[in-house]
Design a protein around this ligand. Structure first.
Ligand code: BG6
Length: 512
């Protein structure tokens, strides 16, 4: 397949993406504009949309944060995060983009700030003829969300300005820190906004390779007939990072891997692997199918948590040849921290398609290498006619990142007079097939939101359903002391107990 993929690549190479129809003009208010997420991800994503002709020429971005800063200082700060080389590095384009940025300093819970914000938005709207369209992006620490939502409501900024305009709000993860707080936040948000205005973001859904999972399953005829308990032995979903906690100790100490990765990104991937074909590719149909999977996952009980979930925390070790500190030695981390930096768990989906097919999920920081992948392990051939040969069961691996692609392994006869069977793979690689055309997840999602397409965003009910699966684990952990941490060395595949989780059922994790 690799050679064939090269042929295809020649005929279908796309060097970039372009929007044939730019967005409607709009004002984006970015709350938390001086934060890490805004600078590292959101501004570059918007710039990416601008240079690819997706943003309307009359777009305006108003950064909102507590620090006082002039428009000029905000633009200078933002310019640091725009591409320094490559196609987007054109100085003229960067300057055009920066000229569309403005800044507003204010306290997130101060009604007066929102009164001034409303005036400022009126002016921006009038001077740039934006038609009253507004997008609020909540990129602040999560404890600030309720204040911003409430003040937007009070300042009359939540509803559409006129009959033909729209107002939308993007809310970053984490959406709550458990089921109860997520329900409370949903209630607060929905007192001010209508669900159709709310875009809960999980950036994994914007990754090209994650969207391709839907195309792979529902755009091709040959895989779906095998995608069930008759042919699949088990599913493994891995989201492994080689990075540590970086500069986010304050957040991570109260989150941990279960809340940070499993509740959101990993359960999203699980829903996409497990869902039935939607009636159409639209927000209602896709999200209706996704939630059914979350509702079909057998909830863990206090006594099954211990058998089905493993937590870990990294100690000092070696990553890519460099010595790295243990989690408890990272700046800002409690030296006796019981926060988990690794989770592995087994889930069962009680429905016709997946009955008795285990889904093994794992995610961790400071593992041997970064790898996000979905591995479908098929059942063995029912009878082996090649005496003395044992053939590895077929695996289909969807590499989400970093080596984006899909690989199918099967047994092949090795050359020679004897009947020897060896595992080989058929590979599809994004980079080879499509060149450099893929888009940053955040650019995709902001683009979708401005166009009013919520397909790749989370709905209130599914956020709550995902917390419903995680809550029993959090509760069980809260009522017991953590295992002796650290229990894995940085740069390894995680704690031994995670291997036991699969080994006790005669299976094993794919090595990282
Ligand atoms: C974020 C988590 O949502 O996703 C981080 O808060 C994690 O802890 C990140 O590092 C991983 O995202 P990506 O796109 O780098 O896989």
């Amino acid at each position: 397949m690799s050679t064939r993929a090269t042929d295809i690549a020649e005929s279908s190479r796309v060097e970039g993406y372009f929007c044939e129809v730019p967005h409607e003009p709009c004002a984006i208010v970015m709350f938390g504009a001086s934060g890490d997420l805004a600078r590292r991800k959101l501004l570059p994503a918007l710039y990416d949309l601008a240079v690819h002709s997706c943003l309307a020429p009359r777009f305006r971005l108003l950064g909102f944060a507590r620090t006082e800063m002039s428009d000029g200082a905000f633009r200078t700060n933002a310019s640091e995060f725009l591409p320094k080389n490559g196609a987007g590095a054109d100085d003229g384009k960067k300057q055009d983009f920066l000229n569309q940025l403005e800044y507003f300093g204010g306290k997130y819970d101060d009604p007066e700030a929102y009164r001034c914000l409303a005036e400022r938005l009126e002016t921006i709207d009038r001077e740039n003829q934006l038609g009253g369209n507004r997008l609020y992006y909540l990129a602040t620490p999560p404890d600030v969300y309720p204040h911003v939502i409430e003040q937007l409501g009070r300042a009359n900024l939540a509803g559409p300005k006129n009959g033909s305009s729209w107002t939308r709000v993007i809310i970053e993860k984490p959406f709550g820190h458990d089921g109860a707080s997520a329900r409370e936040l949903n209630a607060k948000v929905l007192r001010v906004f209508d669900e159709s205005q709310v875009y809960r973001i999980d950036h994994y859904l914007g990754k090209e390779t994650v969207q391709n999972l839907l195309v792979f399953r529902f755009g091709n005829g040959i895989f779906e007939p095998l995608w069930n308990r008759n042919y699949i032995d088990h599913v493994q979903i891995t989201a492994a990072e080689a990075l540590g906690v970086e500069r986010r100790a304050a957040f991570y100490e109260s989150a941990g891997a279960l809340r940070d990765m499993i509740q959101s990104h990993v359960l999203q991937l699980t829903s996409l692997v497990g869902m039935e074909a939607p009636a159409r590719f639209d927000a209602t149909s896709v999200r209706n199918e996704k939630i059914k999977i979350l509702q079909s996952i057998r909830p863990l009980q206090a006594d099954t948590v211990w058998k089905s979930v493993v937590r870990g925390q990294y100690g000092p070790g070696n990553v890519k040849g460099a010595a790295v500190a243990g989690y408890r030695e990272e700046p800002g981390v409690n030296p006796n921290s019981a926060t988990e930096t690794f989770v592995a768990l087994k889930l069962l989906v009680d429905n016709w398609r997946w009955k008795d097919v285990p889904f093994y999920l794992r995610s961790g920081k400071r593992l041997a290498r970064p790898a996000t992948e979905i591995a479908i392990r098929f059942k063995r051939a029912p009878h082996m006619v090649f005496q003395g040969e044992s053939v590895e069961p077929n695996s289909l691996v969807l590499n989400i990142q970093p080596d984006e692609g899909i690989s199918l392994s099967f047994g092949a006869k090795s050359p020679g007079s004897q009947m020897r069977i060896q595992p080989v793979t058929m590979d599809f690689q994004y980079r080879q097939a499509f060149g450099a055309g893929s888009r940053e997840a955040y650019a995709t999602l902001i683009n979708d939101c401005i166009r009013g397409d919520a397909t790749l965003f989370d709905r209130a009910d599914s956020v709550e359903a995902a917390w419903g699966l995680v809550d029993p684990i959090l509760e069980a952990w809260q009522n017991a002391s953590a295992p002796p941490f650290p229990n894995y060395s940085a740069g390894t595949d995680g704690p031994r107990a995670a291997d036991d989780l699969t080994a006790s059922e005669g299976r094993r994790w794919r090595p990282l």
